[in-house]
Design a binder for this molecule. Structure first.
Ligand code: AMP
Length: 224
């Protein structure tokens, strides 16, 4: 199963993505997490990406597109993949579509989480990341997933924040990119929505991101 996952930062995309990953047993490829791993490991790629990420800008396509297309060629993606955070603009969508055609790979499902921009912003600022698994849901502003004191509510691990989550200018830039329907991330989602409507072999699912994590998961499972 080949899946694309869209949602504004703060919509619970990572959490719901992890559920899909388990259901279909596919690798969960998160472009942002790949960059963050490279930064923590002090790689050349991480050094190139860090300045853009800290400011909330996109890492340039010349770096991001080959990084993701190469990742999709790895052995573990042979039987399917779940792509989260890519494509992030229209150019990336076109390049991904071309690469899929070239590799004779079909896209099966596209998921788009719908969420108001202001709600997404508050969620981002309250988000806490578990050092053991970034997709353990912890948010100091959402009662049902409030951390256990200063520890992860799922596994008790230490929690940290992302620098780009606590910087309002960076959040605003990330959302401006996401909600841009001409060239930004929504434009890339709509590129595949158009294909889904024209060809009929791609399932395009929209989810209301406002209710609880559990309710969003239920909607997701019911629509798959
Ligand atoms: P995320 O974890 O998805 O919020 O991504 C964190 C940051 O990584 C973004 O704000 C961008 O700076 C960078 N990034 C992630 N995915 C992409 C992408 N597809 N294209 C360009 N930059 C990206």
């Amino acid at each position: 199963m080949n899946i694309l996952f869209f949602g504004p930062n703060g919509s619970g995309k990572g959490t719901q993505g992890a559920i899909l990953k388990d259901k279909y047993n596919t690798p969960h490829i998160e472009s942002g997490a790949i960059f963050r791993d490279n930064i923590s490991n002090g790689t050349e790629l991480g050094a190139k990406a860090k300045g853009y990420i800290d400011k909330g800008d996109l890492v340039p396509d010349e770096i991001t597109i080959p990084m993701i297309l190469d990742r999709l060629k790895k052995e573990d993606c042979k039987d399917g993949w779940l792509l989260d955070g890519f494509p992030r603009n229209k150019n990336q969508a076109i390049k991904l579509d071309e690469a899929l055609k070239e590799a004779d790979m079909a896209l099966d499902i596209v998921v788009e989480i719908l969420l108001d921009r202001e709600i997404a912003k508050n969620r981002i600022m309250g988000r806490r990341l578990c050092v053991n698994d970034n997709n353990h849901p912890n948010n100091i502003f959402i009662d049902v997933i409030k951390p256990d004191g200063d520890k992860c509510r799922v596994c008790g691990g230490d929690l940290k924040t992302r620098a780009d989550d606590q910087d309002e200018d960076a959040i605003s830039k990330r959302h401006a990119i996401y909600y841009n329907t001409e060239e930004g991330t929504l434009a890339s989602a709509y590129y595949f929505k158009d294909l889904a409507e024209k060809k009929g072999n791609i399932k395009y699912i929209t989810l209301d991101g406002e209710p609880s994590v559990k309710a969003v998961t239920e909607e997701l499972i019911s629509k798959l």
